[in-house]
Design a protein around this ligand. Sequence first.
Ligand code: SF4
Ligand code: SF4
Length: 345
Amino acid sequence: MGFSLSVSQADAVLRALKKDYRVYAPKRFPKQGRYSDTDIIRYAEVDSFADIVWDTKSDYPAKEVITPIQQAIFYFTEDEYRASKVKTKPILLLARPCDINAQRIQARIYAGNGGYDDLYYIRVRELVKFAVMDCNGGDDTCFCVSMGTNRTDDYALALKFSADGLLVQVADESFAPYFQDMPQAEYSHAFVEENELKVTIPDLSDKAVRMALKSHSMWQEYNSRCISCGACTVACSTCTCFTTRDVIYGVNPEVGERRRVTASCQISGFDQMAGQSEFRSTAADRMRYKVLHKFHDYKARFGEEHMCVGCGRCTHRCPELISITATVNKVSAAVEEIKASMASQ
Ligand code: SF4
Ligand code: SF4
């Protein structure tokens, strides 16, 4: 079932949807960007068609709606505590295929992993339905096609925006009443089939090759280039690491709240243990850990797909212009070099 809506008709549908759903989409926040006079685009509740940034990829991922960068998990007083609460109104989340596929990846980590469910993830994730947004071809950091994440069938609505309005495909019949009396049109969603950027995924199935890669000289470049700021992981659609912080309200240290806060494996001290020892003490070690986690370790554990969805946000946000695609292609080249060297011995 398809519809073609003008801007005012799209606003009318949005008003009707908002009675039953909190509607989140990429939204522009003027002058909140990294540099002076630049904007930031991130997810927030939207009230009108004009609020939705549909022609530019958001700087930060859709996951922030489900797992915000920080949230209170419980409140404590001297002798008791209670869990935080969340709004129970359902969520309609407008997202591109990479962000929707990222939620399947995040769910494997947060839900049922090792026999445990993450309450704070699941209680929000259960409220979410997706409306897939057209990608307009993606941008020069996207490589979803290489990662197989350019398509999804996990959506209630499919949307193609233009300055004049909206084409809609209704995939979930429960959304049909919102489009009653709207002009029907043929629309079936088309996914991006090619990106400007491509990555060659390294073949890391051989343990001896992985061990040799660990000490390969290619990683040394990152000791001088990476400043260990963690911006890449904060912007990542699939990263899940967090730490906890206690916020004390007043003079009594036993009254306050515990928050969970996004953490980054790229920051020095992330893996520090008692005695100040660290598994990965250099930027090169941390980069190797991140890249191999995304392009080998997750798949080795969970089986089906790599952890990277090719959204390109880490490349886009890196202040040192470190490109994930260039890095992965360097890993692939190093792996081929290692294999050739092993074969000649
Ligand atoms: S590693 Fe980079 S490209 Fe891959 S999902 Fe994370 S932010 Fe996106
Ligand atoms: S790769 Fe870039 S964004 Fe990530 S920690 Fe290093 S400098 Fe920061």
